[in-house]
Design a protein around this ligand. Sequence first.
Ligand code: ATP
Length: 935
Amino acid sequence: MSFPTTSSLASATFPNTAQPWHTQPSSQALELLQSDPEQGLPESQITQRQQYYGANELKETGGRSPLQILWEQFTNIMLVMLIAVAVVSAVLDLKNGTFPKDAIAIFLIVILNGILGYLQESRAEKALAALKNLSSPKVRVIRNGKTEEISAKDLVPGDIMLLEAGVSIAADGRLLEAQNLQVKESALTGEAEGVNKQAEVILNEDAPLGDRINLVFQGTEVIQGRAKVLVCKTGMDTEIGHIAAMLQSVESEPTPLQQRMSQLGNVLVSSSLILVAIVVIGGVLRTGWGLFEQLLEVSLSMAVAVVPEGLPAVVTVTLAIGTQRMVRRNALIRKLPAVETLGSVTTICSDKTGTLTQNKMVVQQVQTGCQSFQVTGEGYAPIGEFIPDEERYKTEYQDVQLLLRACVLCNDALLQEKQGSWEIIGDPTEGALLSLAGKAGIYQEALTPSLPRVGEIPFSSERKRMSVVVEGVMLPEQEPPYTMFTKGSPELILERCTHVINGDRPQPLTSEERENILFQNDQMAMQGLRVLGFACRAIEEIPSLESEEIAEQQLIWLGLVGMLDAPRKEVKGAVLRCREAGIRAIMITGDHQLTAQAIAYDLGIAQPGDQILTGRELERFNQSELEEKVEQVSVYARVSPEHKLRIVRALQNRGKFVAMTGDGVNDAPALKQADIGIAMGITGTDVSKEASDMILLDDNFATIVAATEEGRVVYSNIRRFIKYILGSNIGEVLVIAASPLLGLGGVPLSPLQILWMNLVTDGLPALALAMEPAEPNVMKRPPFSPRESIFARGLGLYMVRIGIIFAILTIGLMVWAYNHAQASGDPQRWKTMVFTTLCLAQMGHALAVRSDNRLTIQLNPMSNPYVLGAITLTTLLQLLLIYFAPLRNFFGTHWLSFTELAICFGFSALMFVWIEIEKIIVNAFFVSQKTSSKL
Ligand code: ATP
């Protein structure tokens, strides 16, 4: 094997990857790409190739272009209406011979709003792209003679990539070895059926893509089997790169709330148009055409006032902040709607292994036909004792020796020492078995070369077992050349056994022995141990996949291995928090019912006496019977992925809002069906991640609960600023409508001033309110229905009530200010006093609305410093509008005296006082209700 020796990129020769790889034998492909199937590429080559071929990434062709994002800002119905208002106002001004200041200002604001919206949205898109990187898949490769896991984007042509079931293939490649490999290529060819792949064949150059069974392609998924692949093409050179199809791994669809908000926008715009029509037509009918222009002026102001121009931007920003808060707590949101709906979860269905438990397995007990012993040790280090009779177990007893060899041979994991610590690549269950055998001095490197694997029937959650076939004689008096080892769920393996190794040779298995094994299995499971059963058999021919049922029969029982997988420490507290928050935690596991029960008791998911349902029992129920059961049962054991689907459906039919975890390929349908599908970031297959709404970066149940809490915070903050913004809009409309009715002559607020309020003096505090931290009771109340209206639970009423109070206060001030101003030298001043009072009252509202039931003095002002900051900034800006001459001229405001300003402050403060009094009354009412219900 020769590698380019020159160090500089320019002089190095790099293999040409544009070859018809399917026409070449694998050896030739290896030669062309200067790689080695056992060693992979050396370090020096990797960096050079990465620079030469570039990162293994598809350049995004999907998504929106910047121009598109900008254009969409101006197609927003609210902005369209503002443009219409600007045009009408310009026509009126030009007709009267005045400079169309309002119109120009509105245009400027429309453009500014468009640019702000553009900046916000493109930042949100960038944030999503960053999240996408976080969820970028990992690939197992051989480099420098070692197996390691790397990020898919670091793959280069010449890399040796290892594939297994559930993996999404990260580059195009030529198969070097394949065992029962079946790949779903629908992303590329549209073919829904799995394609069986073979390494040995050589094809004609014109073989269509779908028939190139010696190649694998990026973006397709391994359904079953394993393979070793030579990476031939990466990035945009791959087939999927050529057709520029893009697999979006983070979707940015509008959330239900955003959809409802745009519907609300439509409703408000149409109602404001109706309002304009009523005011103009009603006015013309009453007073004739004489006052038409004045009427038009009033109605234009009302139209602008009704529409909450700043709201859509605040909603988008809040959702983006929500995803960031969640990712800080290890929950990666893949579909934006999950941010707001997570808070509504009523039921969390969780796997056991790895999510509720640590997934750090250590074998503690072993039981063969005749021997039973304990094993000590921690972690995966192959260091520990066999108790009570160390030496004899480790070297002498034949049945123990055979079982330990089965642990190593019937295993797909790798145990490696890295910088003094022992790590595994692969399934922790299998890692624990390698560590067990290592404690007796039996290692993969020494054993596997003399007993090469020639066949296998892979593990799946449905089968709950796996078999491998090795070439070699392992049993006494064995004639057939191959030995098959099977491991898996003990009950299932035992059903297939006819013999047991007693001492050093197989003997027929008596029913007494059978019962004894099951008894021992139960004993181990009751201690919360995860138990695997082992068996073997001599065979003449390598079985095909189809013959699995026949091959895995007449087995010889080898023994039981019980491993400890301790519950995660933080989960017990998380389950308790769930209970307080009205959320039910349910365990759905493939493991034994007694193991599940022991862990469920420990974590508080079930209490002694609670029913536990197994997959077999579940199969006997029809869907309506199951729906009744799911109300009571919180632990499901020995289930298959299809049972998960049934359980989710049953819960949903009972009106539950279900979050469900999953990691395997076959969990995808259940994840899609669940209201929130949750995939495991560490152990999850790419397929399950693709199907999920959220990924747990640490695989931890407690993270789901944390994300639910964040979801609740996001939703309550959204409600908070909606009531803040819309309450003010209602107030503004009423004040504008009142002034002509009271005969004050003229509109108190120009469209420009209203826009200023809606976008700046309302917008900034609203953004600050979106940063509000969790209220202390956020996880002490039941979840709210995701289907409830955003105005439910008194929000609509609050808005109207506060809008009216707002209006009464301001109208009170308006009447006084009008009379006061007529007597002063500047009769138009009252308008500025109304404008200022409306703005300042909203500052008080922002302070008070931070909590629904706690008084502002009970809140720590620094728990959300943004609110104080926004209020100070906005008040200063408002003062600038009054006291800074150029702004005063631009916004058409008037200078106010100190007393006038103080009066505005005084009236505004009443708004704050009112809301605080409301809280006192409501709290007192609840206290008296609680006491009377206790009596
Ligand atoms: P959970 O569903 O909570 O993650 P689980 O890991 O037990 O629990 P599965 O992965 O579906 O669920 O496994 C089901 C059963 O299959 C296990 O209880 C075990 O008996 C058996 N099993 C698990 N891993 C292997 C393996 N690598 N080889 C053989 N059998 C296995």
